[in-house]
Design a protein around this ligand. Structure first.
Ligand SMILES: Nc1nc2c(ncn2[C@@H]2O[C@H](COP(=O)(O)OP(=O)(O)OP(=O)(O)O)[C@@H](O)[C@H]2O)c(=O)[nH]1
Ligand SMILES: [Mg+2]
Ligand SMILES: [Zn+2]
Length: 313
């Protein structure tokens, strides 16, 4: 039978058949994984082939094969940098939720996320959430970030999931697609899913007052069919975002505003670091490229761990 993975807990996989039936499945003893080494051989969104087996009066599925992925979002856990984890596969687009504070989303994190998505050609929409709580000064900062990322070419929407503000705009973009919500713990991913489909009642939780961070309420990625004709993957909050297996000379290509200038650099293999007559550095000096973006780029090329910062307006 063919099916799509809707949830994975590590040992069990919930798979939905084309006919709409859900089966709990596991993996055959020795499962041939794809070329990527990851802590999870199968991820939400994977298309799999499985057979049913009866154990007592229970029927379970055994997954024998995974079909080739169109794309996937993979991350390297920052501390165990050899371990990688596939968050979800076969996505049409990703919504990255960003909050200015409670919790703070730094531009270094946004940029790493965007690079990973660019590498697999997955469109990203930036959702600036909790717009109901920002004061005047914070609004200036949000507007600055919205302009920064809009100018690069990313679609940005200011929302308030809790109040339903601009949730319709998100809904429109989701029609007939498989999307994923990503972002730090506490940015409001599950709240947004609930706003889109109130019947789901996903668990959400207040930010910890002590740490001003989320409490990792969602623990496994899970896909949901929404009644307006869309599929969404709600994911657990991610902390750091290590990029996986990228050559230095490739990273600049995933910064769209750098890529546009690349042909104007003197050297065609220019890494935009210390090379003479570099069009990217010239644009940076002329304020046509944001310093925060350049700093993110340098951190990635030099293999530095994510060093959080945010460009201030
Ligand atoms: N003021 C305000 N609070 C919000 C908004 N959206 C979400 N929240 C609150 O933020 C807190 C965290 O929301 P969740 O939906 O649990 O966050 P999450 O991103 O799913 O977090 P994890 O599952 O831990 O990754 C909750 O207390 C929500 O009520 C919003 O637009 N405005
Ligand atoms: Mg959640
Ligand atoms: Zn250059």
């Amino acid at each position: 039978m063919n099916g799509t993975v809707y949830k994975s807990t590590g040992s069990w996989y919930t798979v939905k058949t084309e006919g709409g039936t859900f089966y709990e499945c596991r993996i055959k003893g020795k499962f041939r994984t794809q070329e990527i080494k990851s802590t999870n051989p199968i991820a939400v969104g994977d298309e799999v082939i499985f057979e049913l087996e009866s154990i007592g009066d229970e029927t379970v599925g055994v997954i024998s094969e995974i079909k080739e992925r169109n794309n996937y979002i993979i991350r390297k856990s920052v501390k165990l940098s050899k371990q990688t984890h596939i968050i979800a596969a076969n996505l049409d687009q990703v919504f990255l939720l960003v909050t200015l504070n409670n919790p703070t989303t730094f531009t270094s994190f946004i940029d790493r996320f965007l690079v990973t998505a660019e590498a697999y050609d997955i469109p990203v929409v930036l959702l600036f959430n909790k717009m109901d709580v920002y004061d005047k000064e914070e609004m200036v900062e949000v507007n600055y970030l919205v302009k920064l990322y809009t100018d690069i070419g990313y679609h940005c929407i200011e929302i308030a999931a809790k109040e339903g503000k601009n949730v319709n705009k998100v809904k429109e973009l989701m029609l007939n697609k498989t999307s994923m919500f990503a972002g730090h713990s506490g940015v409001g991913k599950s709240t947004l899913v609930n706003a889109l489909e109130p019947g789901l009642r996903l668990k959400t939780a207040e930010i910890s007052e002590q740490h001003l961070q989320g409490q990792h309420t969602t623990t496994f990625a899970e896909m949901y069919d929404l009644s307006f004709g869309a599929r969404i993957v709600d994911t657990p909050g991610i902390k750091g975002f290590g990029i996986v297996d990228m050559d230095d000379d490739e990273i600049g290509d995933y910064f769209p505003e750098f890529f546009k200038l690349k042909s104007e650099c003197k050297f065609n293999n220019c890494l935009h670091l210390d090379e003479p007559k570099c069009a990217v550095k010239e644009a940076l000096e002329n304020d046509e490229i944001a310093w925060s973006r350049y700093r993110s780029y340098v951190q990635m090329v030099t293999g530095e761990e994510e060093n959080p910062y945010r460009e201030r307006s």
